[in-house]
Design a protein around this ligand. Structure first.
Ligand code: SF4
Ligand code: SF4
Length: 284
């Protein structure tokens, strides 16, 4: 059931919905303009891989970075400065990155709400319909259930990756010191949206030697961006919130505790408590 006073476009989904979108609909491309299109880390990874661009090139060419939910920095696609304010990735024939279009573009006209996102998954999932006035896709087409639509639009991995991202996005950086928060935001953005830099950081700080990781996984992180992004989410939860998403090797933990004792620190290392800026952030 939808909460009262929701946006009128959001409608309850009873049994299913009929929908079809193709170049023959009179509203073709109407939805690819005037958008506030935030990109999740997985959207960003797919788009830049499709276009063969580095993270910096993609950011420079297509995005602005703004502080979104809970102040975390996220890229947003910049619409073109033309009369229609079109998405920079649309052409007369439709979306030029169709196989890798963002999750929000694939999910429409379905809406998805989740509860309780953790690394282990979400606890609850619900669906609703989003009916844009200009959209004529509802007037024709086959009948869909949410599950059929998810499969047809290749949304499974998008949902999975976004569910892994949510435990970060839905929380506030837990530190009153603005300088520490700024560093955490910087780390969040690098790990989520600049995987080339995060991989360098991973190697410079020898993170894979600090945590208990399967040796195959440590190797895979060097070449596989999707796996690196999953590790980045775990690392951020560990380092920002002190969550037990990674386990420090006992010998490393002992060494760090001894060092902390020498420095007179009481709380040396997450996940027993949120890790401070010392040692684990670039430039610290
Ligand atoms: S990314 Fe593709 S589907 Fe999404 S708004 Fe842009 S052109 Fe349209
Ligand atoms: S407005 Fe609806 S039917 Fe028209 S192109 Fe967009 S999604 Fe398809």
């Amino acid at each position: 059931m939808l909460p009262p006073n929701m946006d009128k476009r959001f409608q309850e989904l009873k049994e299913g919905f009929s929908f079809s979108c193709h170049p023959g609909v009179p509203c073709f491309n109407e939805c690819c303009r005037k958008l506030t299109l935030w990109l999740t880390p997985y959207d960003f990874l797919r788009l830049r891989a499709n276009l063969g661009l580095s993270s910096d090139e993609f950011l420079d060419r297509y995005c602005t970075v703004e502080h979104g939910q809970n102040g975390w920095p996220m890229p947003r696609m910049v619409m073109l400065d033309n009369e229609r304010e079109t998405c920079p990735l649309v052409s007369e024939k439709g979306c030029t990155v169709y196989p890798d279009r963002p999750g929000a573009c694939r999910t429409y006209p379905l809406g998805r709400a989740t509860k309780g996102g953790t690394q282990a998954g979400i606890n609850e999932e619900g669906f609703f319909l989003v009916r844009e006035e200009h959209c004529r896709g509802f007037e024709e087409g086959p009948q869909w259930t949410p599950q059929d639509w998810i499969k047809d639009q290749g949304l499974e991995t998008y949902f999975h990756m976004n569910d892994l991202f949510m435990p970060l996005l839905t929380r506030q950086a837990p530190d009153p010191n603005p300088q520490v928060i700024a560093k955490k935001m910087q780390m969040f953005f690098m790990a989520c949206y600049k995987l080339e830099s995060f991989r360098k950081f991973l190697n410079q700080t020898r993170l894979t030697e600090i945590f208990e990781l399967n040796p195959n996984r440590a190797e895979i992180l060097q070449n596989n961006d999707l796996e690196l992004l999953k590790f980045a989410f775990q690392w951020l939860q560990f380092s920002i919130f002190g969550d037990a998403t990674l386990t420090v090797k006992p010998e490393v933990k002992k060494r760090m505790e001894e060092k902390a004792k020498q420095r007179g620190m009481e709380q040396p290392l997450g996940p027993v408590g949120p890790m401070g800026p010392q040692g684990m952030f670039p430039g610290s």
